[in-house]
Each structure stands twice: as C-alpha cells, then as structure tokens.
Ligand binder design. Structure first.
Ligand SMILES: *Cc1c(COP(=O)(O)O)cnc(C)c1O
Length: 473
C-alpha cells in the first residue's frame, strides 16, 4: 500500500516512509491510497483466532512490502500481543464484557499504562525499531503532545527503541496527577516531559509546527507518536474486528460508542468499516468540549474554548484526525480539504455541503455528556453491575443509553469502548462512589518516585531550542 496526503497531490510514499515520516505534503496527514477490503466470508473465517492472528490479516494489505515481510509482521505482532510476552495482562488483549442483553464493554485498558493507547503504541515502537534496523546512525526523536494518556503509553513503548530520545508535551494544568506521574517518574534520562503553559490544543499545535519544519524534522529525526501517525489508527482498527467477531455469528451488525477527543479511536472504527466490517453506527461521544458533536448535528465545524472536564483526555477542540474523514467525505480531493482546513485555521470554522452532512450521518451518530451526567453514569453502572468505569468510558455509556432509549441507532448490539482503567481518575470516581479504586500493584511506585519535568511557556522558539539543545544535531 502507498500513502498519500490529505492536502496535496505529492507522489505517494511507502508504509515505511509514512511511519517514519512527519506531516504529509501541504501540511496534510497520510492516508492510504485506497481502502483494502475483506469479503464477509473472509472476515467470518477469522472468528476464534487470536488477537495477533486477526491483526496479521488486517494489517497485511497496509504494511507488507520490501521493508516488511509476512514473517516480520507475524514476529512483531507476536512480540507485542503474543500470550507469552505478558505485555497485556489478559490473553485476549481487548476482552468484550457483557453489561446487559444488548450492551457490552470493550475493555482496552489491559496494557502497561492502563489506557487504550498501549495497544497501538506497543506495536508502533516495535515496527519503528524494525524499520530502523541496520540503518545509519540517524537520530531518532519521538515527539508528541498528550492530553494525558498518549504520553505515558508512548514513553513505555518507545523507551525500548535503540538510541531514541522521547519528547512529550503536556498541558501543565489539565491532566490528572496519576497521568502526569506515569510520565514524569519513568526512569530514563532519554525521556523529556515538557509541561506547556496552555491547553492540549496548544501542545498539539506546537508539535504540528515542529513536525512541519522539514529541515528541523530531518535533522532531529522526528517521529510523531500522536495519531498523526497512521500506524496508530491502523492497529486500533483491529479491536473493532475482534469485538464484532466475539458476538454470536447470528447477531446483527453492532454499533460502537466511542468517547472521542482527537477523532483517532473512532476513525479507526471507520477504517474497519471501510475494510468491510458490518457496523450499525459509529457513535462519536463527547464531553462538554463538543465541537465534534456540533459538527455531526449541524455540518459546521466551529471552534470554541476548551473548558476542563472530568474526562481530560477528551478536552480538545481541534480534532486532527477528522481531516482524514473529511478527505473521504468530500471525494478524496486534497484541494477541497486544503481549502476547508485553511478556513478553519483562519476563521475557526468551516461547513460541509448538505449532501456531505447527510452522508456523514449515515456512518456516524453522536451524543454528549456533561460532568454531572458523567458522574451519575459512573454511579448507576456501579449500582447496577458492580463495575467501576472511568470517566471517559462513562461519557460513552451515557450517550449509549441515551441513543438506545431514543431508538436512534439501527437495531443490533451496542459495544461501548472502555478506554482507560478507573484508577487513573481517582478524584472523579470518588465524587461518584465516595471511594476510589486502588491503583494496580504495578503502578504503585509512581506515587513516590521523583518526577522529572520541564515547564516551558507556550512559545515555539523556546521549545525548539530546548529540543535541539538536547538532541545536539
Ligand atoms: C486518548 C483518549 C481518548 C480520546 O481518544 P481519541 O482517539 O483522541 O479520540 C478518550 N479516552 C481516553 C481514556 C483516552 O486516553
């Protein structure tokens, strides 16, 4: 498979160039030249297979070429997801847990940092290591912005890559203490945590600007660990397949409810659908930072201020992956995407045509949850099932129940994505339940280890000098 830019007609690049590259031409994002498809019987034949085996089938058409053989891919998947590796603490990687007759939870938090981002980043780091093997001594600089969970998942995954430095920008104020400590206590002198005085959107904008400086990016060997990197999306699409295949063969196509910030996880569901997986609707669930909710309701993307919520990993107004969907929606024409994204940058808004808005509504549905609805959902799920869910998962379940009660989804089972372990958000859980779930044994040391953190103003020049100074290139 070759990869093209959402914003330019530049020549397509290989999977390796895409994975090691930064932004695509014209400041766009990479997207496959076409969507490979599986026939229904081919998907059905995967039933009962392991997560690694299903991943092999899904990833092959996107990744196999001269730089990655079938055997390489199987090896990397076994290193990441094989049951003897014990990177994930359940053999199925992403178990489907029934909540009621029609609703289940897809648990994605069984990796080392207890959020869904481990699943893709553990594979991404191994793939990058493979691509770089026996290559010149090019510096490798992983660079990313985090709203809370990406940072620690990236650090835990990428610290194993030879000679790599890792720079993670996080908003100084708006992440939970546990999330921060998971990053800042990581015992490696090659990990640099930068606390930016600003929001996640500020961090993401700084990272995008650094990545788009191609001479700097080349010199320092930047590799983005955010879902700017299409490999992340690709790996996440696997659990949509494994979840659908965990339902009885006779079941109607499921709808997936996905708590959303950067539109990455839900876009992975879209990739699964484009590949032929039968899905009722993909439900975009937001907190009060509801730019995506408003887009799917009205067809207009209009930026607003970010207001901190109980689900901090979704406190985002600029959802970078939406651009990939926009590319498909508007007929895969990079000129249209460039035009809309320029308008968004300059005026803070754009609108799609009525026909495109209707088309978007045939794939996606949407809902949102306030802070108080988030807390009351944590409480009612606990009262009804004894399960403690994290605030992001609660946003999804609030929306799932609301849409199910209003019969606004096609008939069929509902799968709600459980994105993080509740122990990462003790304060909000305490508000709902008057107790906090204990941190798993593996995480306890972070509470006392020293933190390493560099506060920096929201200033491109200072951030750039800091990183160049350390990488020394
Ligand atoms: C990252 C994250 C999200 C948002 O995912 P996107 O892919 O950015 O939409 C939601 N919940 C949790 C717990 C997360 O870590």
């Amino acid at each position: 498979m070759k990869y093209i830019s959402t914003r330019s007609l530049d020549d397509p690049v290989s999977a390796r160039q895409m994975a090691l590259g930064t932004l695509a031409g014209g400041g766009g994002l990479y997207i496959p030249q076409s969507w490979p498809t599986l026939l229904a019987p081919e998907i059905e034949a995967l039933r009962g297979h392991s997560f690694a085996a299903i991943a092999g089938r899904i990833l092959a058409p996107f990744l196999l070429d001269d730089h990655l053989t079938d055997q390489d891919l199987a090896f990397l998947l076994d290193q990441t997801f094989g049951p003897t590796q014990k990177i994930f603490n359940v053999p199925g990687i992403a178990p489907l847990v029934p909540l009621s007759e029609s609703m289940s939870l897809l648990e994605l938090f069984h990796g080392p940092t207890l959020a869904f981002k481990d699943i893709a980043l553990q594979f991404l780091a191994r793939l990058i290591d493979h691509y770089l093997k026996n290559k010149d001594n090019r510096p490798v600089t992983f660079l990313g912005a985090t709203s809370g969970d990406t940072g620690s998942a990236a650090i835990h995954a990428c610290a194993g890559v030879k000679n790599a430095n890792i720079f993670i920008l996080h908003p100084a104020k708006n992440i939970s203490e546990i999330q921060r400590r998971q990053m800042t206590t990581f015992p490696s002198s090659r990990v640099f945590n930068i606390a930016i005085e600003g929001t996640f959107d500020d961090c993401q904008a700084l990272v995008k600007t650094l990545l788009s400086d191609s001479s700097l990016a080349g010199r320092l060997g930047f590799i983005p660990i955010n879902s700017i990197n299409f490999i992340r999306i690709l790996v996440q699409s696997v659990y949509y397949f494994t979840a659908a295949l965990a339902l009885p063969a006779s079941s109607l196509p499921p709808s997936f409810v996905v708590p959303t910030g950067n539109f990455g996880n839900v876009f992975a569901g879209y990739v699964a659908r484009q590949m032929g997986l039968k899905i009722g609707r993909l439900v975009v669930a937001t907190n009060h930072n509801d730019i995506l909710y408003r887009f799917f309701k009205t067809g207009e993307m209009a930026i607003d201020r970010v207001i901190p919520s109980y689900s901090p990993s979704m406190d985002i107004q600029v959802s970078s992956n939406f651009e990939r969907f926009l590319f498909d929606l508007t007929g895969r024409d990079p000129r249209i995407v460039s035009h809309l994204m320029d308008g968004f940058k300059q005026r803070g808004n754009f609108r799609v045509t009525t026909a495109d808005h209707i088309k978007a509504g045939s794939v996606f549905a949407t809902g949102r949850a306030s802070n108080s609805q988030t807390v009351s959902t944590i409480k009612s799920i606990y009262d009804e099932t004894g399960l403690v869910i994290d605030p992001h998962t609660a946003v999804g379940l609030h929306v799932a129940r609301e849409l199910a009660d209003a019969s606004s989804l096609p008939p069929g089972p509902i799968i709600a994505l459980a994105c993080a372990h509740p122990s990462k958000f003790p304060d909000t859980i305490h508000k709902a339940l008057s107790f906090s779930p204990p941190l798993p044994e593996s995480l306890r040391p972070i509470l006392t280890l020293p933190e390493r953190i560099t506060p920096i103003r929201n200033d491109l020049g200072i951030v750039k000098n800091y990183i160049s100074g350390i990488v020394g290139a």
